[in-house]
Design a binder for this molecule. Structure first.
Ligand code: AMP
Length: 426
């Protein structure tokens, strides 16, 4: 038997109903903030992620599905390609490629789609997973650097979680400063790590060399007391970044949006600047981040575009749905009518009637080929159908059809017009 590949999974009904419920709510809510959907390809040039997410991040260094494509000629080697591990890089590439800055004001995009990372699979962590994300991006003259944009994005996220009925989330916030601040902070960290890194885990030893900021992400218990004593980013923010961060917090407080400052929140991608954030939820266990995001003021330039500061986030839809499963409001629509043809000759009539009823907005299931009334009614009952519509030769000839209410057992006879008026269930 061929099975699904490790870390990949099937999403099955009825759970898919919850996914659709989330997608619908997202589209409606994001629309109120004037976000528009963007769809970028799943396959991109590998360099896109090396230059944006960063070569030394776990995502690019360890987790990318990447391969060298075939060239045009049989013998020729082609381009290095990758399955996207995240979507911000693709959105910013599209922004540059299609000169989307040519329109006035800020651009607000959202996306929904699969991402790929070769991580160790566990609860809430898959190799193909889905993200719902959004990006606000534009020239500085359009106000793209404003802390008000950060606050609006965070408020939209809180509104989404509230709307979906997810309670007890925590918003963790930090500022990772601008590129200069990070350079200085990285130096300070490298310096401080020199004496202690020998006592830390193997991952930290590598990170201390390649990307010291990531040491702050370490979850190994023995390393925690050492990390607590390391220098803090907040002491390395320049004045502009300090003011920016204070302003974001001021607006959130005015909106009564609760948050905690977590000075160790650095996030796994290189392109972040200033505001970085995560929403976590206790029910998720070890992988407790529902979503993460932040500012990326230099990303467009790093990819060869114009200055276009931006901020965005990515919600892990798999985890969001897991959180929702306990409280889910989404339900499969019940079947209104189960059509029972009493013989192969009735299939044509059954098909016509079923089409007619569906056009009226009813959920209709076409009966199987048993063609025996008793058995068909039993099956109809099992599908949870409200009524069965019986189609036999007499019915077709007289134009009057027997409709059986499957909960009461009551049977009535309706003509075509009356059938069309049968009500569906919401
Ligand atoms: P990131 O792009 O790493 O900032 O991740 C944003 C969100 O995507 C996280 O908060 C998770 O909810 C989700 N996520 C990231 N990686 C995975 C994964 N391998 N499986 C499921 N969800 C993930």
């Amino acid at each position: 038997m061929i099975k699904s590949v490790r870390g990949m999974r099937d999403l099955l009904p009825p759970e898919t109903e919850t996914w659709n419920f989330v997608d619908t709510e997202v589209r409606q809510l994001f629309g109120l903030y004037n976000f528009q959907e963007i769809r970028t390809p799943v396959i991109e040039d590998l360099q896109l992620f090396q230059r944006s997410v960063g070569e030394e991040t776990d995502i690019v260094y360890k987790e990318m599905f990447a391969w060298q494509d075939r060239g045009r000629a049989e013998s020729e080697k082609g381009q290095w390609l990758a399955l996207r591990p995240e979507n911000t890089a693709g959105v910013v590439r599209a922004y540059i490629e299609h000169k989307l800055w040519d329109q006035p004001g800020l651009r607000r995009f959202y996306y929904v789609g699969p991402q790929f990372r070769r991580e160790r699979p566990q609860k809430g962590r898959y190799r193909q997973f889905y993200q719902i994300g959004a990006e606000v991006i534009g020239p500085p003259s359009a106000g793209s650097e404003s802390p008000a944009v950060d606050a609006e994005v965070l408020e939209m996220l809180a509104a989404l979680l509230d709307r979906l009925g997810i309670k007890d989330w925590t918003l963790e916030l930090n500022s990772v400063g601008c590129a200069d601040d990070r350079r200085r902070y990285n130096e300070a960290l490298r310096e401080a790590l020199k004496d202690v890194v020998g006592k830390m885990c193997a991952d930290c030893q590598r990170r201390a060399q390649t990307n010291p900021l990531r040491v702050l992400d370490c979850k190994v218990a023995e390393d925690q007391p050492i990390i607590e004593k390391l220098p803090r980013m907040s002491d390395y923010l320049d004045e502009k970044c300090q003011i920016h961060f204070a302003e974001v917090q001021k607006i959130l407080t005015a909106l009564d949006l609760p948050f905690v400052v977590n000075y160790r929140l650095v996030r796994g991608l290189d392109y972040y600047t200033r505001t970085a954030f995560e929403f976590t939820h206790g029910s998720l266990g070890a992988q407790n981040a529902i979503l993460g995001g932040g500012r990326y003021d230099g990303l467009s330039e790093a990819l060869g575009g114009p200055a276009a500061p931006g901020i965005g986030f990515a919600i892990g839809e798999d985890r969001l749905v897991m959180t929702l499963q306990e409280t889910a409001k989404a339900e499969t629509r019940p079947v209104d009518i189960y059509v029972v043809p009493l013989g192969a000759g009735m299939n044509v009539h059954a098909a016509r009637l079923a089409r007619r009823l569906r056009r009226r907005g009813l959920v209709v299931v076409s009966g199987d080929e048993s063609f025996r009334l008793k058995k068909s009614l039993e099956t109809a009952d099992k599908t949870g159908a409200r009524r069965a519509l019986i189609i036999g030769e007499n019915e077709v000839n007289s134009g009057r059809f027997a409709v059986k209410d499957l909960s009461t057992g009551e049977q009535i006879t309706l003509n075509l017009e009356e059938l069309g008026k049968l009500g569906g269930q919401p």
